[in-house]
Write a protein that binds this ligand. Structure first.
Ligand SMILES: Nc1ncnc2c1ncn2[C@@H]1O[C@H](COP(=O)(O)OP(=O)(O)OP(=O)(O)O)[C@@H](O)[C@H]1O
Length: 272
């Protein structure tokens, strides 16, 4: 929350089972960093509460590192500040991404600084790793490797990862739980497979409504074609002529919900 009049987060209640990779998605200013800060214990909620089982480690967008400390010194600092410390795990991460241990943090690239911050976070042996867009600065190959390595950690150690990201095209096969915020409100929360199974996308000739029942989450029209994302629990009937009914890809699902969340919250604010 930012002031009694401006809420950074509200109506935001959800639960995530341990050992999942949670994608936290939302437009700029949606409240992702605020939520991660509260979960990580670096921000106090002025109302409501967050409960996390086990220790958290948070990697923020700022990645505060001492400029004059070498990477190795930074790990030594991590070891002295944390009650539990896994030096081998931190070193493994840095070696994997060829981060020079003797170089001062102030002379590292943005991506390398992100890797140091992640290594320190992993060294502290968290149960829940909170990542506030730290992968954005990594090159595509390093990003893919980092994600794969994190998924291995999730499988091997039961680590839970909450990852805030704008890279929705890269979520498929990574996130198994989705939390979507719009202007500080929770608009989607659930298991990715369940969410996708409960929606279909209708594509067909320009129309005001889809050709089958269901709650329209988002509609998009050109002069000749309409696309509807529909929440539908019924088995889809065979599509009428000219219509295509398909399972929606995760990226399209997220983008449609972002757009509909923006419209719904704007309507709510107008009505208030
Ligand atoms: N220190 C602060 N003081 C006042 N308002 C703030 C502060 N930090 C964030 N906010 C406001 O709180 C809201 C949520 O911000 P937050 O940083 O959590 O969003 P975000 O989803 O992480 O955005 P982004 O994708 O741009 O990083 C925004 O309206 C923002 O302007």
């Amino acid at each position: 929350m930012t002031s009694p009049r401006t809420w950074a987060l509200r109506d935001c209640t959800f639960e995530v089972p341990a050992g999942r990779v949670v994608a936290l998605v939302g437009a700029n200013g949606a409240g992702k960093s605020t939520l991660l800060g509260i979960l990580g214990g670096v921000l106090a909620a002025s109302d409501g509460a967050a409960e996390v089982t086990g220790r958290t480690a948070i990697v923020t967008q700022e990645r505060p590192l001492y400029r004059h400390f070498s990477v190795a010194d930074t790990l030594r600092l991590g070891a002295s500040l944390n009650r539990e410390w896994d030096q081998e795990r931190a070193l493994r991460w840095l070696n994997r991404f060829e981060v020079p241990l003797r170089r001062a943090c102030g002379r590292l690239s943005g991506g390398q600084r992100a890797q140091v911050a992640i290594a320190v976070a992993l060294g502290s042996r968290p149960s829940v790793l909170l990542l506030d867009e730290p992968l954005t600065n990594l090159d595509p190959l390093a990003r893919r490797d980092a994600v794969r390595q994190l998924l291995t950690d999730v499988a091997d150690t039961g680590l839970t990862v909450v990852l805030s990201t704008h890279l929705v095209a890269e979520l498929s096969g990574v996130a198994d739980h989705l939390v979507l915020l719009s202007r500080g409100r929770l608009v989607v929360d659930g298991d990715v497979d369940d969410l996708l199974a409960a929606h279909v996308e209708w594509i067909g000739p320009r129309a005001d409504a889809p050709p089958a029942p269901g709650e329209v989450v988002h509609a998009q029209h050109t002069d000749v074609q309409s696309t509807f994302l529909v929440r539908s629990l019924a088995d889809a009937a065979p599509p009428p002529p000219g219509w295509l009914c398909r399972q929606v890809p995760l990226e399209d699902f997220v983008l449609a919900h972002l757009a509909s969340g923006r419209n719904a919250v704007a309507d709510k604010e107008k009505a208030a």
